[in-house]
Write a protein that binds this ligand. Sequence first.
Ligand SMILES: [Mg+2]
Length: 123
Amino acid sequence: MEEKIRIMIVDDSKTSRKLLRGILERGGYEVVCEAVDGEDAWGKYREIRPDLVTMDITMPKMDGVEALSMIRKEDPTARVVMISASGQREKMTMAIRRGASDFITKPFDEKKVLATVGAVLEE
Ligand SMILES: [Mg+2]
């Protein structure tokens, strides 16, 4: 059997994690783990080394932009797709500057999510 691409979902919202997991699994990906804030994401990234991370921006303890920076410092090849709500243009610009691969906006559009993830994995 072909090995699936491993994805880590980072989001403080349980509902968002569940929605995203459903979309990614229907798209044929394996969701290897979920993290609930930036600190959790940082620890789990180092341990699990997923092929791609979806990273919510607004989270307690450590936000998505900071977690992205930590991950990219440790692993410059890390693929991190930011998840943003509307009105976060400034944070998005900062994230792209810090090495984010692309971004997905909430509410999730299944086709767009899979197209974005697919394109980032092909880079
Ligand atoms: Mg959030």
